[in-house]
Write a protein that binds this ligand. Structure first.
Ligand code: PAZ
Length: 287
């Protein structure tokens, strides 16, 4: 596989060349209606994006994410009175439904009750590919922009850094007679236009996932310096359910669960979301 570094296509080029999802207009309508009904809204992105290698897709590159961070956080944001747009990867974990895996029929009553809550305060929109994700993310930003600092973006999805542009993709299944010469291009850094143009007054949080602890904080701080958004939540793949580091322009600090809390089924997202909500409130007061 060949990683093409000549092209970190700019974001305009990306959107000009990658087709929008078929139901984009319908998703936009749903987003608009939802935001009109709610004033304090958080966009939670969740799950990993795929990068198809063929138009008739048999093979794709995937980013790891079960959707735990996003789905659990969405439930806690609802508890804090936020309306939640949950932009998630098909078949990854979803708020509330995640509790019912394997026992769907026993708990129908509770599920119905939670569905009622969902109808007013939770909008779920799904994606599979990187391209679908980026189109839907921009559409969500368009409707959130007028909310200014009441809008919160919590970008926990694991988004690919590489892709095969549509015009370079094989139409049919790549044959195994030769070693394929795939040229992966760098995905444009979408946080840049998102923070500076699409939702310039919103409270934007990105996540940084690493597997090498020595890189974690420096990479998180680099992202913060580059994009000038509000907060980076840094986590290691290996212990992401037990520890995260909150990285702001002025400080970094850990949020931890003890082994006992973890054993008792506590979820670190409870504490992350409480901290984020506090920061968002402070920023609204300041502005
Ligand atoms: O979905 P999950 O709970 O299995 O994992 C969450 C996570 C590690 C994908 C998330 O916390 C995160 O770091 N997202 C950003 C990944 C990235 O750096 O692209």
């Amino acid at each position: 596989m060949n990683l093409s570094n000549k092209t970190e296509s700019n974001w305009e080029e990306f959107y000009a060349n990658q087709k929008p999802p078929a139901d984009l207009e319908n998703s936009k309508k749903l987003l608009q209606q939802f935001v009109q009904k709610n004033s304090k809204v958080v966009l939670v992105t969740s799950g990993g994006t795929t990068v198809p290698l063929e138009h008739n897709t048999v093979r794709y590159v995937d980013n790891f994410s079960a959707g735990t961070r996003g789905s659990v956080s969405a439930e806690y944001f609802l508890e804090h009175g936020y309306a939640v747009i949950f932009l998630f990867r098909v078949k990854s974990l979803e708020p509330f439904a995640r509790h019912f895996i394997g026992q769907k029929f026993l708990d129908m009553l509770v599920l119905n009750e939670q569905n009622a809550l969902k109808n007013n305060k939770l909008l779920q929109i799904c994606f599979t590919t990187l391209s679908e994700y980026l189109w839907l993310l921009r559409a969500a930003c368009e409707v959130l922009k007028p909310l200014n600092n009441q809008a919160l973006l919590y970008l926990a999805a694991a988004v690919s850094d590489f892709y095969v542009p549509s015009n370079e993709m094989s139409v049919h299944k790549i044959q195994s007679t030769t070693v394929p010469n795939l040229s992966l291009h760098l995905v444009p850094k979408i946080l840049k236009p998102l923070v500076s143009l699409w939702v310039p007054n919103a409270f934007v949080i990105s996540f940084k996932l690493e597997t090498d602890e020595n890189l974690l904080i420096s990479k998180a701080r680099k992202a913060l310096n580059n994009y000038k958004h509000s907060l980076v939540i840094a986590n290691m793949l290996q212990n992401r359910k037990q520890q995260v580091v909150m990285v702001t322009a002025n400080e970094d600090y850990k949020i931890n669960l003890t082994q006992e809390q973890l054993n008792n089924g506590e979820e670190i997202e409870k504490y992350i979301v409480a901290d984020v909500v506090n920061k968002h409130e402070q920023s609204i007061i300041k502005n």
